[in-house]
Design a binder for this molecule. Sequence first.
Ligand code: NI
Length: 170
Amino acid sequence: MAIRIIRTEEDPILRKTSRPVTKFDDRLGQILDDMKETMEKANGVGLAAVQVGLLRRIVVVDVGDGSGVLELINPEIVEADGEQEGQEGCLSLPDKWAIVKRPEHVRVRAQTRTGAWRMFEGEGLKARAFCHELDHLDGHLFIDRMEKMLTEEEVRRLQNERVNGKETDA
Ligand code: NI
């Protein structure tokens, strides 16, 4: 496994649309393993392949709820309901935090690393992470959808309140 470099806001690749994965081979497994390691090292709750420079529809999510690292390939939201408003950050925009509205609950259809289709369900932070990561696959960043940017002081206060040392950057 290897840590990959996380692309940041000024990199135009983040605005591009990722292409579907068609080969479920060893290389895909390697990418997933590297993405997982990169996300964990950065203390993030999610990472999309485009953030490490690969325009492929691949996402990893781990919101620390005990279900481990979820691997979503060619994911699509098939159901979304409710609404939540909360702070959101991104590993590609390390100094920015904003209030973003997202659905409270989503169902996502995606393939596993072997190509099998399965359903994922997310509520609260997990729903937020799914939406945030799937946005990356179409070149969208959370700042496109934000209600308001948080000030440095508000960010500091949130960092002090953060539980378990778990970031909410994705
Ligand atoms: Ni992000």
